[in-house]
Design a binder for this molecule. Structure first.
Ligand SMILES: *[C@@H]1O[C@H](CO)[C@@H](O)[C@H](O)[C@H]1NC(C)=O
Ligand SMILES: *[C@@H]1O[C@H](CO)[C@@H](O)[C@H](O)[C@H]1NC(C)=O
Ligand SMILES: *[C@@H]1O[C@H](CO)[C@@H](O)[C@H](O)[C@H]1NC(C)=O
Ligand SMILES: *[C@@H]1O[C@H](CO)[C@@H](O)[C@H](O)[C@H]1NC(C)=O
Length: 500
């Protein structure tokens, strides 16, 4: 175990003695284990029937130079046609649930609720029916980074009108698909998408407005999430009785220096508290430290108002408490250090924090993916302690290989999943964290956004050069199947000794 400086007050020592205790490695009966994908990354069928264009269709076609291998999701895994096979792949592993997302432009071709695509709705009905027929529970995401291109052209999430349009879209989805869906995710990783798509040019629509775009986007996403949550309570909860939440991407941040134990939490508040605090905290609104630093920077830059928009007291109340569970996607961790305030340049990067890594951490194919399993345990305990022990749904966790290798014997992925699941199980079985679901990203290799097909997260390999997009199980499929069947986490070595 690494020597680490922890940002919150936690009992870490007992772990050194007891982590290996097998009773901690039992998978509780009520912990749901599943796998995830998203619409644009797997479906293909980009121009079938009356489907509208999405921001990602437009972005990959008009700015293919921004995609590492120049590729797109026109066909991707062809899951639009191969969904029955995909459900069988999920069934083979014994997954409890499948997290999928809806392509807004597939069911509302104009982007607006004036026209509903029968074929689009039917596709998702077919997928959901197929899942139920195989005993797999659908977890459905309304927004996983694709929006109708017409709305992207209007500024996407920086235009407040999207709050209404998103609510109209969600109402159609609840009405049509809601009777057979019990777990909803409103927005996937709003913190990542707002930064990549509006501050930068790495995600569609790529508006490239640093320090401005992301905060406008986040402001409207918070409003849209709350509106949809409350609309569901009023119009659908009684008859459909599902649960709703938002899925935030969160690393864990370890304060690097003993004399600044707060730096990890400051990074957490800016990265994640941005969306968590308004929804999950007792007082609501943006984290005070985020408010303060962006306000101060904005002033130094001569802005008459803060670059971080302000919620009215009514909106603060309206957004607060709009959750049935705490959704989190987690992959990696960072070290943090304070950068002192400077009255000419202001707070570094609005946060006042620089992040670093430990060169001894193993890595995945994705540049950001350092393997730091202890981070997931710390994150779960932090959520438990700081947010009143909510039900936690881990909605993504996974490991990437390079796309130029098939990596059928994906022992690195097994090691990653084992070490992260182990820390999660200790957090549940020893520390009482209320984790209800664990979801592997991803069941299939898929279109990894600006990295195209160069990074592969699938437990099933997909041959993107083959017209049939042939799926082949990697070794992690056999390992996971055994773990789910026996409800006991085992390492690769134990698996090998017993089964290979
Ligand atoms: C990085 O990891 C190594 C090996 O675990 C450890 O000795 C070292 O102290 C770590 N570095 C920092 C900055 O914590
Ligand atoms: C759909 O797009 C494909 C390319 O992905 C193209 O070959 C095909 O002609 C298009 N179909 C229609 C109906 O536009
Ligand atoms: C900025 O800080 C320096 C010392 O760090 C101080 O001398 C100077 O007066 C400050 N300027 C303003 C405008 O506060
Ligand atoms: C693709 O799949 C179809 C249907 O299973 C099959 O008939 C066809 O031969 C396959 N194509 C290739 C090139 O393997």
């Amino acid at each position: 175990m690494k020597i680490i400086i922890v940002t919150t007050c936690l009992i870490i020592l007992p772990c050194l003695i007891k982590c290996e205790d097998k009773s901690f490695l039992k998978i509780p009966n009520n912990l749901k284990i599943g796998a995830a994908t998203s619409a644009y990354q797997i479906e293909g069928g980009w121009n079938t029937s009356d489907k509208g264009q999405s921001n990602w269709d437009d972005f990959t076609h008009s700015k293919s130079h921004l995609i590492l291998d120049g590729s797109n999701g026109d066909i991707a895994c062809d899951s639009f046609n191969k969904y029955k096979e995909d459900v069988q792949l999920l069934k083979n592993v014994g997954f409890n649930h499948y997290r999928l997302s809806i392509n807004w432009a597939r069911i509302l071709p104009t982007g607006f609720a004036n026209k509903i695509s029968k074929e689009g709705i039917q596709y998702y009905k077919n997928v959901i029916d197929e899942l139920h027929s195989q005993g797999i529970e659908p977890f459905v995401t309304l927004f996983h980074w694709d929006i109708p291109n017409v709305i992207a052209k209007m500024g996407g999430w920086t235009n407040e009108l999207i709050v209404d349009y998103f609510t109209d879209y969600a109402r159609v989805v609840f009405r049509e698909l809601g009777p057979k869906v019990k777990v909803w995710i409103t927005l996937n990783e709003p913190n990542v998408d707002c930064s990549e798509a509006y501050d930068k040019e790495t995600h569609a629509p790529g508006l490239n407005m640093p320090g401005i775009g992301s905060y406008m986007c986040g402001h409207n996403m918070l409003k849209a999430h709350a509106r949809v949550y409350r609309m569901y309570q009023e119009e659908f909860k009684k008859t459909q009785n599902g649960i709703l939440g938002i899925s935030i991407s969160s690393s864990y941040w370890f304060s690097k220096n003993k004399n600044e134990p707060e730096s990890g939490d400051i990074a957490f508040q800016n990265g994640c508290g941005w969306f968590l605090n308004p929804i999950f905290s007792k007082d609501g609104d943006y984290p005070p430290i985020m408010r303060k630093r962006i306000d101060e920077n904005s002033k130094l830059e001569g802005h008459p108002k803060s670059r971080l928009p302000v919620f009215s007291p009514e909106w603060i109340e309206y957004i607060k408490g709009t959750f049935d569970y705490f959704g989190v996607n987690h992959y990696s961790s960072r070290y943090t250090e304070n950068v002192p305030y400077n009255n000419i340049t202001g707070w570094y990067d609005d946060t006042g924090i620089i992040e670093s890594v430990n060169q001894s951490w193993p890595r995945g194919a994705s540049s950001w993916l350092y393997v730091v399993p202890e981070g997931i345990g710390e994150l779960l305990r932090k959520i438990k302690n700081d947010y009143n022990n909510p039900p936690i749904y881990i909605l993504e966790n996974g490991y990437s290989n390079y796309g130029n290798e098939t990596n059928i014997n994906d022992i690195n992925r097994i090691d990653y999943l084992y070490s992260y699941m182990k820390e999660m199980l200790v957090a549940i079985n020893r520390d009482g964290c209320n984790v209800k679901a664990y979801t592997v990203w991803s069941v299939l290799d898929n279109f990894e956004w600006s990295k195209g097909y160069t990074e592969r997260f699938g437990i099933y390999h997909v041959d993107f050069n083959h017209e049939n997009r042939t799926r082949t199980p990697r070794l992690s499929v056999a390992w996971l199947t055994e773990v789910i069947r026996s409800k006991q986490l085992i390492s690769f070595d134990e698996f090998k000794a017993k089964f290979m």
